[in-house]
Design a protein around this ligand. Structure first.
Ligand code: UTP
Length: 296
C-alpha cells in the first residue's frame, strides 16, 4: 500500500530573468494569463486533484504571492458596498481555494534546492510538485493520472511531453523504456538541457512531479549541475538508477498544455486561452482573423 498524496509544493522563488523588467519587483508567477495570475491556475489544478495543502516556496518579492491568496478587506468592503457580487466572488475565490503555506528559499540555488526547502513541511509523505511555467488544461487531467501511476507502482512519477528536436535543449530530457501502459514509460536516463542535437529522445520533462520523500535525502547531496544550480533532474536521475527506490516513471501527456515560461510562449498561451473564453472569445476570434489576414 502506498501513502495517499495530500500535499502540493509549488516552487516560485526563481528570478524570472526572461521576463525582466516585468519581474523586477514581482514574481513571474504573478504575471496575468488573461485575467488570472499564472500561479492561480496551478493552485486550482492542485486542488482539483485533491491536494488542498499547498506549500509555496517563495523568494524575494513574496508579498504579492501571499497577498493574492489572502483576504483583501478594503477591496472586499468596497465591492460589497457597491453590491458587485460577481467581482467580489472573484476576489474571494483565491482566498478560500487552498490551505496555503509558505517557506522562503533564501538564495535561489536551483529547482532542486527549492524542493529541498519543502522537507520540514512534507515530512515522510509523497507529494506533488507543480511549476507555474506550465498550465495544464483542466479538461485534460494530468496530475490525477500521475497519482494513479504512483499508487500502482510505488515509484517517482514525472510528466513527459514529446517536443520537436529543435526544443529539447530547453528541457530535462529522458531516455525511456516502454511499459505495458501506452501512456507510461520507465525512465532509465535523464539529462538537463542537452545541447542541440545531443538529446537522447524527444521526451521532455514538464513541470509536474509526484515525488517520494526519498528525494530529500538525494537532494541533500546533489551537487550543483547545469548552470551551477542544484537540479531536480540530477536527483531524479539518481533515483532512476536506484532499483530500491522503485525507479522513476514518466506519464506521457498528450493533452492541452500552455507554456508561460518564456515570452513568446506566454503570449501564445494568453491568446489560446482567451479565444476559448465565453466572455472574450466571441469578440477576439474575428479580430484575430482580421489581424492575421493583414500580417505581412
Ligand atoms: P526556471 O528555470 O524557469 O527559472 O525555474 P526562473 O528563475 O523562474 O526563470 P528565468 O529562467 O530566470 O526566466 C523553474 C521553476 O523553478 C522555480 C521557478 O520559480 C520556476 O517555477 N525555481 C527555480 C525556484 O523556486 N528556485 C530556484 O532557485 C530556481
Amino acid at each position: 500500500m502506498t501513502t495517499a498524496l495530500t500535499k502540493a509544493v509549488i516552487p516560485a522563488a526563481g528570478l524570472g530573468t526572461r521576463f525582466l523588467p516585468a519581474t523586477k519587483a514581482m514574481p513571474k508567477e504573478m504575471l496575468p494569463v488573461v485575467d488570472k495570475p499564472a500561479i492561480q491556475y496551478v493552485v486550482e489544478e492542485a486542488v482539483g486533484a485533491g491536494l488542498h495543502d499547498v506549500l509555496m516556496i517563495t523568494g524575494r518579492n513574496k508579498a504579492a504571492l501571499e497577498n493574492h491568496f489572502d483576504r483583501m478587506y478594503e477591496l472586499e468592503q468596497t465591492l460589497e458596498a457597491k453590491g458587485d457580487r460577481e467581482k467580489l466572488r472573484k476576489v474571494e475565490y483565491s482566498t478560500d481555494l487552498a490551505d496555503m503555506h509558505y517557506v522562503r528559499q533564501g538564495d535561489p540555488l536551483g529547482l532542486g534546492h527549492a524542493v529541498l526547502r519543502a522537507k520540514m513541511h512534507v515530512g515522510r509523505e509523497p507529494f506533488a510538485v507543480l511549476l507555474g511555467d506550465d498550465i495544464i488544461d483542466p479538461r485534460d487531467p494530468l496530475l490525477s493520472r500521475m497519482t494513479e501511476v504512483y499508487e500502482r507502482r510505488d515509484a517517482t512519477v514525472v510528466a513527459l511531453l514529446e517536443v520537436p528536436a529543435s526544443q529539447t535543449h530547453m528541457y530535462g530530457v529522458a531516455t525511456v523504456e516502454e511499459t505495458e501502459d501506452d501512456d507510461v514509460v520507465r525512465i532509465t536516463g535523464l539529462v538537463e538541457k542537452p545541447p542541440q542535437g545531443e538529446a537522447p529522445s524527444n521526451y521532455a520533462i514538464i513541470g509536474r512531479y509526484v515525488l517520494k520523500p526519498e528525494i530529500f535525502e538525494v537532494l541533500e547531496h546533489t551537487a550543483p549541475g547545469k548552470g551551477g544550480e542544484i537540479q531536480l533532474t540530477d536527483a531524479l536521475l539518481e533515483l532512476a538508477n536506484d532499483e530500491s527506490s522503485g525507479g522513476v516513471y514518466g506519464v506521457v501527456f498528450r493533452g492541452r498544455r500552455y507554456d508561460t515560461g518564456d515570452r513568446l510562449d506566454y503570449i501564445k498561451a494568453i491568446v489560446q486561452l482567451a479565444v476559448e473564453r465565453e466572455d472574450l472569445g466571441v469578440d477576439l476570434r474575428p479580430w484575430l482573423r482580421e489581424f492575421a489576414a493583414n500580417l505581412d
